[in-house]
Write a protein that binds this ligand. Structure first.
Ligand code: S3P
Length: 170
């Protein structure tokens, strides 16, 4: 049975991967997957390189392929996604969609406060320029919410409590 999954969406750097790992720590019957990791593994190419060589449309096509495969084959997974994955038309077929909500300044601070901030920025082709990233955030933030079944404000609590809240709402 596919479809019994939790799909985490939200802007780059909001903490989708970290929260997915915390959720599966709290409920070991679940498994954590990440769509960017799946795409890198499938193509044996880093996301940054896919953008640089094949281009963003090719990357978006890989996201759609990944979504369709997940919807057809996976259940009991908590799936963290790339910041643009919410645009995949079939996303709801994968499972329940949870939006991790935060304002842009909070996200920027979270990235810059990380010990590996430079690496976190370097691997994200759409976060090379703060003003451009902010414009992308402004363009997307309403759309994230309209796709979501669950909305979690991640700025108000630590990830342990956020994971509990998400599991309760799910
Ligand atoms: C993207 C976000 C990235 C990655 C790619 C494009 C986006 O994932 O999928 O660089 O369009 O917002 P993260 O949200 O994990 O940074």
């Amino acid at each position: 049975m596919a479809g019994r999954n939790l799909v985490l969406i939200g802007f780059m750097g909001v903490g989708k991967g970290a929260l997915a790992r915390e959720i599966v720590r709290q409920d070991p019957s679940l498994y954590a997957l990440d769509t960017d990791d799946m795409i890198e593994s499938l193509t044996n190419t880093k996301i940054k390189k896919i953008f640089a060589t094949a281009g963003e449309p090719a990357f978006r096509a890989l996201e759609r392929k990944t979504a369709d495969w997940l919807a057809a084959n996976v259940s009991n997974a908590v799936i963290s996604t790339g910041g643009g994955f919410f645009k995949v038309p079939t996303i709801k077929e994968i499972g329940t969609v949870a939006y991790l909500k935060a304002d842009f300044d909070w996200i920027l601070r979270r990235i810059l406060d990380a010990p590996n901030a430079r690496k976190k920025l370097k691997k994200r082709p759409l976060f090379q320029d703060v003003e451009k990233a902010k414009a992308l955030f402004n363009e997307r933030f309403e759309a994230y919410e309209s796709v979501a079944d669950i909305v979690i404000d991640v700025t108000k609590a630590e990830k342990e409590d956020l994971a509990k809240e998400i599991l309760d709402k799910w």
